[in-house]
Design a protein around this ligand. Structure first.
Ligand SMILES: Cc1ncc(COP(=O)(O)O)c(C=O)c1O
Length: 491
């Protein structure tokens, strides 16, 4: 073995536990705040005292348990089955419903659930050489990832620029003999609007094709919002033709990260999701999900979270979140030049700017400078650039502060004026092809934008403006290159 001088993660001599934790806390100090209701993406915070401690304790109990073999660790199987049962019940399945035979699996997240929904649909049609899926462009990017990983062709369906929903006739027209899955979102992540699930499922069923409802984001809020009286359209197993649904527990079930549920209307539909292999000399392997070894931690933490909050807890949190959404939407309406892209119908507030003097990307930076972390979305296919707010219960106590902060940030953005990139840079972004990007060009671009120092710059408006000026394929390549610059080993 070669002797090393030790690295940051692997010192020559071990470091005492307390110091290691201090070091991690010091690193964490540079992160966006996961609690406190000022971060409108990435995290889901119910603001319930003691819940983190419970979830962490439950996580620790099962962290070393391995989901690879449910017969070795029946505790995990029991908790997984209970989570699937709870999700199925909430989404219109289970005994006494029109979908009594619902089954499911716990996955590591929404992306894995969607990849597996596509895999199950693809593998149910081994007769097709070139299987395809139909996905509205508002569908989550994970469907494109699934199509890419699984070599399935993606047939995107445009959305109406006003309703932000696909036309059912366009969905129907996109279905071909090779289509194995049609997708609807409840709601879409970007804009928070619910697709016409019943109509989409009907055209899919008429063509004999599976229909997946991506309720990763909304599956754990829409049912409570409906119980509270919101006009939530049918989107779950109560809708004939819906064959599978995904719902992420690490989103609005407020469980720590690493848990989603993929449900199928019956075991026959799920069968092709599994992978079994006995043609090797090792242990007999059967994996319901992509991972083989799986920590029991996330499952136990989710189980504890659901049991502790209960239906009444989720109902209360949904009411609080609904009111926060209304308050944030009012704050947006009160600022001249800003416009809600869609009237909120779930837990997303999404707005755009109608006034060219108010640059949304600068506004996002100004909000960040004031401690409010929002998510910019680039203009795409006739849809304007927008700002996305994922609203969780912890936002509620902050709503009154958000309005003035937004107004102040908008005034500052107007005063600063829109981002002006050098015309030659803009021209380059508009005309370059991904193939023409050389390492030198990338390094030059990154340096010009302040990227590459091991962390993203404080102000991202110039980066977003450049990305927006680039065609989609170039955007993707630039993103890969820029993140590649961040992911470099430290020694
Ligand atoms: C509607 C929807 N689907 C899928 C996903 C992907 O989930 P994950 O990030 O857990 O992989 C998300 C994430 O925000 C989502 O909102």
């Amino acid at each position: 073995m070669t002797e090393t001088a030790g690295t940051g993660a692997l010192p020559v001599e071990g470091v005492p536990a307390a110091r290691v934790l201090d070091e991690i806390r010091a690193l964490r100090a540079g992160d966006r705040p996961t609690h406190g209701g000022r971060l409108f993406a990435y995290v889901y915070d119910p603001g319930v005292a003691g819940l983190d401690e419970l979830a962490q304790a439950a996580y620790a109990e099962s962290a070393h348990v391995n989901g690879l073999d449910p017969t070795a660790f029946p505790s995990l199987l029991a908790m997984e089955n209970a989570l699937v049962g709870a999700a199925a019940r909430l989404l219109g399945g289970g005994p006494g419903t029109s979908a009594p035979d619902v089954v499911g699996s716990v996955t590591s997240g929404g992306t894995e659930s969607l990849i597996l929904a596509v895999k199950a649909a693809r593998d149910a049609r081994p007769d097709l050489a070139e299987p395809r899926i139909v996905v509205p462009v508002s569908g989550h990017a994970a469907f494109a990832k699934a199509a890419h990983y699984l070599r399935v062709a993606l047939d995107p369906v445009p959305v109406d620029p006003v309703t932000l929903r696909p036309a059912v006739a366009d969905v129907a027209a996109a279905i071909r003999p090779e289509t194995v899955l049609v997708v609807a979102s409840a709601p879409s992540y970007a804009h928070g609007v619910i697709d016409p699930v019943a109509e989409i499922a009907a055209v899919a069923a008429a063509a004999g094709v599976r229909c997946h409802v991506d309720a990763c984001f909304g599956g754990w809020t829409l049912p409570w919002l409906r119980r509270l009286g919101a006009p939530v359209p049918p989107f779950d197993f109560a809708v004939p033709g819906v064959t599978s649904i995904s719902v992420d527990l690490h989103k609005y079930a407020y469980a720590p990260k690493g848990v989603s549920v993929l449900l199928h209307r019956d075991p026959g539909l799920r069968a092709t999701q599994f992978f079994a292999y006995a043609d090797w000399p090792g242990y007999t392997m059967v994996n319901p999900v992509i991972a083989s070894t799986r920590s029991g931690g996330p499952i136990a933490a989710a189980y504890a979270t659901l049991r502790h909050l209960g239906e009444d807890g989720y109902l209360r949190l949904a009411a609080v979140t609904r009111d926060a959404v209304a308050g944030l939407a009012d704050a947006v309406r009160a600022v001249d030049g800003l416009r809600l892209l869609a009237e909120p119908e779930s837990t997303v507030v999404c707005f755009t700017a109608d006034d060219p003097a108010l640059d949304l990307f600068v506004l996002v930076d100004e909000l960040t400078a004031r401690g409010w972390h929002t998510q910019p979305q680039l203009a795409y296919a006739g849809l304007p650039a927008s700002v996305h707010l994922t609203v969780t219960a912890a936002v509620a106590p902050r709503v009154a502060e958000f309005g003035p902060a937004l107004a102040e940030a908008a005034a500052a953005a107007r005063a600063a004026g829109p981002v002006v990139l050098p015309p030659e840079l803009l021209a380059l972004a508009g005309s370059l092809t991904p193939e023409a990007l050389t390492p030198d060009l990338i390094a030059g671009l990154a340096a010009g934008l302040g990227l590459g120092g091991g962390a993203a710059p404080d102000r991202m408006a110039a980066v977003n403006t450049l990305l927006q000026a680039a065609p989609v394929r170039l955007r993707e390549r630039l993103l890969v290159e820029f993140v590649g610059l961040l992911q470099r080993p430290t020694w």
